[in-house]
Design a protein around this ligand. Structure first.
Ligand SMILES: C[S@@+](CC[C@H](N)C(=O)[O-])C[C@H]1O[C@@H](n2cnc3c(N)ncnc32)[C@H](O)[C@@H]1O
Length: 280
């Protein structure tokens, strides 16, 4: 058990903190292996871990720089803390913080200790704490204006490292990560959401867009797992197309109201309906 309860060490668009109480109710009390194939900030992983609800965990995401950050937290947390400490000192002392931010943003995010430190630094100092890349795969979020952001939260990084010991981390497509799940296991899918408005670009987490064909492939993967007896939960926006995708009797759909602040579109900020889908 970690000395401090670990929380997500990254802020991620679509972070699940607001939906967490519902998700904790939806999850089985005892889980053999927990799978989170759209990892992002991993809010449900950290919450289930602190309650000791699973024996094993397999966490995956298609974003390799993100998975690299988790690997560095798991395997090299003291080195990471030192590298983030350097960023924190330099950033706070910089005459022009924006200039320091853009210098780091201009570097390619590599899958290394330095790459993980740069990713966490950018996440803590960028506008709204978003992860967004352009079509060339470059991180392109502007500088944020926080007075004194905590760039290196040592206690939480150590707690997260402890929570991640023994956990399997994979760069994988959502259908591959949980492919060996069976009875007694639990899979939570938190995909990029179906946008509520035409102009909402909340789906651009990676260079590849997550369109309706991907949503259909996801519904098929969730249905396969449910038919094999794996417990499945999935969150998505309150769009009618989502309801249409999960009409099968093996699914139970509930609408939940969630407060969302990170969105450039006013229509998708504030209290918005979302679907919480569970295998019945
Ligand atoms: C909504 S976010 C996850 C939020 C996260 N669960 C949390 O609590 O903060 C969606 C994630 O899906 C990942 N992703 C997008 N397409 C994917 C795919 N085909 N397979 C696996 N992951 C994918 C993105 O890299 C992003 O991290």
């Amino acid at each position: 058990m970690a000395a401090e309860m670990a929380k997500p060490f990254l802020k991620w668009a679509g972070g699940k903190t607001a939906l967490l109480p519902e998700l904790l109710k939806a999850a089985p009390k005892q889980i053999e292996t927990y799978y989170e194939p759209f990892l992002g900030g991993g809010a449900l992983f950290f919450a289930l871990q602190s309650e000791g609800r699973f024996k094993n965990a397999v966490l995956s995401d298609s974003n390799r720089e993100l998975i690299n950050a988790y690997l560095q937290v798991r395997d090299n947390v003291e080195g990471l803390i030192r590298a983030l400490g350097v960023h924190q000192r330099k950033y706070r002392a910089a005459e022009d913080r924006a200039e320091y931010y853009y210098t780091i943003r201009g570097k390619r995010l590599t899958c290394s200790l330095g790459g993980a430190a740069n990713l966490i630094f950018l996440n803590k100092t960028c506008y709204n704490g978003l992860y967004r890349v352009n079509s060339k795969g470059h991180f392109n979020v502007p500088h944020g204006r926080y007075t004194n952001p905590t760039i290196c939260d040592e206690a939480n990084l150590r707690a997260a490292s402890e929570a991640l010991q023994g956990v399997e981390l994979q760069v994988a497509d959502f259908a591959v990560g949980p492919s060996s799940a069976g009875q007694g296991d639990f899979v939570y899918f938190d995909p990029p959401y179906v946008p509520l408005s035409e102009t909402a670009h909340f789906t651009s987490y990676t260079a590849n867009d997550f369109g309706m064909d991907e949503q259909e492939r996801l519904a098929a993967a969730a249905s396969n797992l449910a038919h094999r007896g794996t417990a499945v939960a999935l969150s998505n926006s309150g769009h009618q197309d989502v309801a249409a995708l999960y009409r099968e009797p093996c699914f139970d759909l509930a609408q939940v109201k969630v407060r969302r602040n990170i969105n450039s579109k006013a229509a998708e900020r504030g209290v918005v309906p979302e679907y919480l889908i569970r295998s019945g």
